[in-house]
Design a protein around this ligand. Structure first.
Ligand code: ZN
Length: 291
């Protein structure tokens, strides 16, 4: 059950949902940095949320959630692509408020002028960025509000995380076409599902398997489960991206860097991979040689 995403449908109803769990992937991400407990929980929830939202995309590419703030907490981001690869990172300075917090809501409440971005980056085609007001006490609350208002797809999201495991559940009432509108629908279904979903406890979301969660919540409904999808930690860094970054900063900046660092070292913050460029390689990018 450790790193997976389980889609579910309710037979003959315009309802779809997902349950995600991350364990090893979360562990891999959190061990790369020294995060306070509450920031670990926030990153865990952001990871579950991106894995849930990625399932709603029909394109190849990636979706990321990014919190930006002023003050000691600068940013946090989590990302999931169509292959089910996830990664996350946060940047902040030491702050007793984050050290003392034991949940993500306390961290969110302590942020100064925070903004949450939803970024969708298709492999081909235009990028999309949505801005989500961080004016609800929880990340799940902010995302639900965004979907209800901006996407106009009634959505319930539940997120939970510990330092060990993170889990999430998303359920959506899908739009129906005119033909489907004619069919008999159970008008109580959505309110009933909302009520059932609200009974899910944090520890159930992190500790129970997807099947157990879905059975516990919706055993009165006719739930259908397609094949489960695997998720894993994955980083999209590459030597080519480092080359592009060097070209971007320009030959003068590269020469300056070489004066105090030769070879040039570029570390990926997400996965700690180090990319090195000798003076010859770095200058060669600009068609120049060592003099
Ligand atoms: Zn990397």
């Amino acid at each position: 059950m450790s790193n997976l995403r389980q889609r579910f449908y309710i037979e003959n109803c315009p309802i779809r949902g997902e349950v995600v769990h991350l364990e090893e992937a979360l562990h891999t991400i959190l061990q790369k940095r020294d995060y306070p407990q509450a920031v670990q929980i926030l990153l865990g929830e952001m990871l579950s949320a991106t894995a849930l939202l990625a399932s709603t995309l029909k394109i190849k590419g990636r979706i990321s959630l990014q919190i930006q703030a002023q003050g000691t907490f600068k940013w946090a981001m989590a990302e999931c692509n169509h292959l089910g690869e996830v990664r996350a990172l946060a940047d902040f300075e030491q702050d007793p408020r984050f050290e003392q917090a034991t949940d993500s809501s306390t961290v969110l409440a302590a942020l100064s002028q925070p903004v949450l971005f939803i970024n969708i980056e298709p492999e081909f085609g235009e990028r999309y960025q949505g801005i989500v007001p961080l004016d609800q006490p929880t990340l799940a609350g902010c995302l639900m509000q965004y979907y209800d208002l901006s996407a106009q797809i009634p959505t319930r999201i539940v997120l939970a995380s510990t330092e060990e495991r993170t889990g999430g559940l998303l359920i959506q009432l899908l739009p129906r076409n005119s033909e489907e509108e004619q069919q008999f629908v159970d008008e109580d279904l959505w309110p009933r599902l909302i009520m059932l979903t609200q009974t899910l406890k944090t520890e159930e979301l992190t500790d129970l398997s997807a099947n157990e969660i879905l059975y516990r919540l919706y055993n009165e409904e006719d739930v259908r489960l397609p094949e489960v999808e695997q998720l894993q930690f994955g980083c999209t860094c590459s030597k080519d991206k480092c080359i592009n970054a060097l070209i971007q900063i320009g030959v003068d900046a590269v020469k300056e860097t070489l004066e105090f660092q030769n070879p040039i070292e570029m570390d990926c913050q997400f996965c700690n991979t180090r990319y090195e460029f000798t003076a010859e390689e770095a200058l060669g990018l600009f068609g120049e040689h060592l003099s």
